[in-house]
Design a protein around this ligand. Structure first.
Ligand SMILES: [Zn+2]
Length: 755
């Protein structure tokens, strides 16, 4: 579809067209003839996914704990394999051998001022039939914590982020030689032990405060969906944002039998201090015992304690040790070969391993993937022949840190760089609004598809429902104006936290992560023994209609990518987004500078000394050097050049397309479109973490799953490395210039064809 800024009325008109099928509208990447055939197949496809099938798959896959290395994890992989084969796919299991620690010993006790021993157990609940499978459940722990045995005073550090330690400093409290207790949330969990160790702590506890995912949010399980007092969030603490995800012993290469392996002691990314997650039931006596200053107001949670930061007399003993075993992991990989360009691969994935029974995470996404696979198999039986090869993957070992997908990508890196068109991921999914994060070259495609999928509850399209929701929650007039006028709804960028990471960040494959969310809360059972079939069928997408909508949405994108004459990549959305990021980093630099100037002035004026309450003394912040101005000119020029090339491509396409393209031109331009995301990477990668090749999107070194866009520039500014900000601007500008050159050369070919 041609992209124009539409008025509200025209937009409403197009939405109404979309909801009635929009049969006569042009379809991006298809000619008038091929569009009609494509719409036919897509309509047939969307009628096939069944909520009842998804319920039965979930019942089967979540019936027993299926963590990495468990018997049921392997059984599930074999069952998924048999299903793909039954549906006519060419399927196999690819195996890797990885380092996977499980708990050997876990002790947490308070020695002073009173004695208390933490339970560290999630008890079975009578109404929940799988919660009693304790002999197969993995105890609560954080994977890739080191072994350790420490006894030390305890300090409460809020969420355990760098700015929390700045506040502690002002309160005159140090964590040097202490065990810290941090709340889960506001960052990926592995940031907490990392920052604690950087500040000299000797151990780290992470607990789930009821303010964030317990009774302060909603009733707790089993009466409601939220975390009960003994519920614990497991999870990986491998420091992947600073190193890389995947098997810690084989960074950068597939963990095959013959791969060269590091010694465990040399594995990058293991924590520097022992770490253990606990429930709020276990955390409460520890927090109640703390003395020292009161925690700042916004640090306090919903437990009935005053929340002091410590340390006082509290002394805690933490001992954890692990079985540092090698485990086999099982990726199920299934193909439908392409009929015309089999060397162009459209890839789809969702993991199958879980921390415990994992009905929500990951089976809610996996069952949608399976129904897509069954439906695509059915289309093939009816005579459908996709142009390109379609590859469906059920990944193992996502939970310990994306091991199954990362090892597969590292093993097949050269083929993927040559053949991959795009990767579409899902993981946990629920009820509510379409939620998409991804490459902005695909923003237009997902918008086009979302205009055709009905929302199960409102019967609006999922696109229209999302647009109205965003208007409702927008904070400012200009946000609402954009929501009403911009042709495509914006998608957020990808950070990390699921299996798209290696595809996007390591190889530069245009990627997307898709789910439904917003009307149910899975936070309360996340990574606990209560994330199971009973919970899902009582509190989440209980009739699996959003599971069907997920199959319809993702499956339609797969069909379109696999069938299009000209790949449905689009660059004006990308250019517009780059301009947004450019403005953000420029404002960030200005704000950082202004803040330092103001603080220095207040120190000189004596503001902090004057406001200091002698009964609750605080330390004044230190004087800081005023940063130099950063030179953004190369970025400004590169962003403008990208806009010009994107506009040129759209104009050329509009002129050339009605007549179709000569086969050779089509092939050339498709090749360029496939490479367009690769051009946003550099072979050197990001500074200090060269596994990450993408220069526009990356997980944050101090946010983890949270994305940093233009990461080289943004993190240099945030961490006050001003000279580095200047040199990263030059590197990012070069990457954008290379993207513009590629788009210009594709546009030139289209212009040639139109002559
Ligand atoms: Zn997951």
């Amino acid at each position: 579809m041609r992209r124009i800024a539409m008025t509200g009325m025209l937009l409403a008109f197009l939405f109404s067209l979309a909801s009635t099928g929009a049969q006569d509208e042009p379809l991006q990447g298809f000619t008038r003839d091929t569009a009609a055939t494509e719409r036919d197949w897509e309509a047939k496809f969307r009628a096939l996914p069944s909520p009842d099938n998804q319920r039965e798959y979930m019942r089967r896959l979540s019936a027993r704990p299926h963590n990495v290395g468990s018997a049921y994890d392997k059984e599930n992989a074999e069952w998924i394999l048999s299903k793909f084969k039954e549906w006519g796919w060419d399927a196999k299991i690819e195996t890797f051998t990885v380092l996977y620690p499980t708990p050997k010993e876990r002790v947490l006790e308070m020695l002073e001022p009173t004695r208390f021993t933490a339970k560290l157990q999630e008890p079975p609940l009578a109404v929940d039939p799988t919660s009693n499978q304790q002999s197969e459940q993995l105890p609560s722990y954080n994977a890739y914590s080191i072994d350790g045995d420490v006894t030390a005073p305890l300090v409460f550090v809020n969420y355990g982020l760098p700015k929390d330690y700045e506040e502690l400093e002002r309160l005159g409290v140090s964590v040097k030689g202490a065990i810290v207790i941090a709340k889960y949330g506001n960052s990926w969990r592995g940031i907490k032990p990392k920052v604690a160790a950087e500040h000299g702590a000797v151990g780290c506890l992470i607990y789930s405060d009821p303010a964030d995912d317990g009774y302060a949010v909603d009733d707790v399980f089993p009466r409601g969906p939220m975390r009960p007092s003994d519920g614990v969030q497991r999870g990986s603490v491998l420091d992947f944002p600073s190193t890389s995800p995947g098997d810690p012993l084989t960074p950068g290469v597939g963990a095959t039998p013959g791969a060269k392996r590091l010694a465990i002691k040399d594995a990058p990314g293991l924590t520097k201090i022992p770490d253990l997650p606990i429930s709020y039931g276990d955390a409460q006596p520890l927090l109640a015992s703390l003395e020292g200053p009161l925690a700042p107001k916004d640090w306090r949670g919903a437990l009935p304690v005053a929340y002091h930061v410590g340390p006082g007399k509290t002394k805690v003993h933490l001992k954890v040790s692990f079985n540092w075993d090698m485990k086999e992991i099982y990726d199920v990989v299934a193909r439908i070969p392409g009929s015309q360009t089999p060397d162009e691969w459209v890839i789809r994935g969702n993991h199958h391993d879980a921390w415990v029974n994992g009905a929500q995470d990951p089976i809610s996404g996996q069952v949608a993937l399976l129904e897509e696979a069954r439906a695509l198999g059915e289309l093939v039986k009816q005579g459908w022949k996709p142009k390109r090869t379609i590859i469906y993957c059920a990944w193992d070992a996502e939970e310990p840190m994306l091991l199954g997908s990362t090892e597969w990508v590292e093993e097949h890196d050269k083929e993927l760089a040559q053949h991959a068109v795009a990767y579409i991921n899902s993981d946990s999914s629920g009820r509510g609004y379409l939620t998409v994060e991804g490459s902005h070259t695909l923003e237009h495609l997902v918008n086009d598809v979302a205009r055709e999928i009905p929302d199960p509850e409102t019967k609006l399209t999922i696109s229209r429902r999302l647009q109205l929701r965003r208007i409702e929650t927008a904070r400012a007039e200009d946000e609402r104006r954009e929501l009403r006028q911009r042709a495509d709804l914006r998608i957020e960028a990808l950070g990390s936290g699921s299996d798209y990471t290696a595809f996007l960040d390591h190889i530069g494959i245009a990627s997307m992560d898709v789910r439904f969310s917003g009307e149910d809360s899975s936070a309360g059972i996340y990574h606990s023994a209560y994330d199971d079939f009973y919970w899902f069928t009582h509190f989440a997408d209980t009739d699996f209609v959003y599971g069907r909508a997920l199959s319809q949405t993702v499956g339609t994108m797969i069909l379109r990518l696999a069938d299009a004459d000209l790949l449905p990549f689009e660059f004006t959305d990308l250019a517009d987004t780059i301009h947004l990021y450019q403005k953000q980093v420029e404002k960030l630099a200005g704000d950082e500078r202004a803040e330092i100037v103001e603080r220095n002035k207040e120190i000189e004026e004596g503001v902090f000394a004057a406001g200091n309450d002698p009964r609750r003394p605080q330390v004044a912040p230190p004087h800081a050097d005023v940063p130099p101005y950063v030179n953004f000119t190369p970025l400004d020029n590169a962003a403008d050049a990208l806009t010009r090339s994107a506009d040129r491509y759209q104009a050329a396409l509009k002129k050339a397309w009605p007549a179709g393209l000569p086969a050779a031109t089509m092939q050339d331009v498709n090749q360029k479109l496939m490479e367009s995301e690769r051009h946003l990477t550099t072979s050197d990668g990001l500074l200090r973490r060269p596994w990450y090749k993408h220069m526009i999107y990356a997980p944050g070194v101090y946010s983890g799953y949270g994305v940093k866009t233009l990461p080289g520039i943004r993190e240099a500014i945030e961490e006050k490395r001003w000279a580095e900000a200047d040199s990263e601007i030059v590197r990012d500008a070069a990457v954008l210039d290379s993207e513009s050159a590629l788009i210009n050369s594709a546009a030139a070919q289209l212009e040639q064809a139109a002559r």
